[in-house]
Design a protein around this ligand. Structure first.
Ligand SMILES: [Mg+2]
Length: 120
């Protein structure tokens, strides 16, 4: 175990009550030394975050049974779909994949849904 981490796990009532950022500082761990993400890593991390937010919006709409026009759930769902769409757009811009590849996969998914779902 690294020295700073060992120090972090030591019981210290003064440190125990601090928010986690300050606990790292108290343990001598410099958060600014964490490896900075390159552009593609940042792109994937933000895409993950936006997908998580879309999942959250879908779940909340279902849990609240609130999918009617002008509801908070409808507003949030539209916002998060747009955010994910923006990230997909950036994935194409950064040459992670192409619109052709996305459309090809979309078509495959639609074919699968025809078989397993009544949506199509
Ligand atoms: Mg979002």
């Amino acid at each position: 175990m690294k020295k700073g981490v060992e120090k972090l796990y030591q019981t210290n009532s003064k440190v125990d009550n601090l928010p986690f950022q300050f606990k790292f500082k108290e343990a001598g761990i410099d958060m600014s030394q964490m490896k900075k993400l390159d552009a593609r890593q940042e792109l994937l991390v933000i895409t993950m975050e936006e997908c998580g937010e879309l999942i959250h919006a879908c779940s909340k709409a279902l849990r609240r049974a609130e999918m009617y026009p002008l509801s908070d759930s409808e507003h949030n769902l539209k916002k998060e779909v747009g955010d994910v769409y923006a990230m997909i757009d950036l994935l194409v811009e950064w040459d992670v994949l192409s619109w052709e590849e996305i459309e090809e996969q979309r078509n495959k998914k639609r074919e699968k849904l025809k078989k397993w779902s009544d949506l199509i």
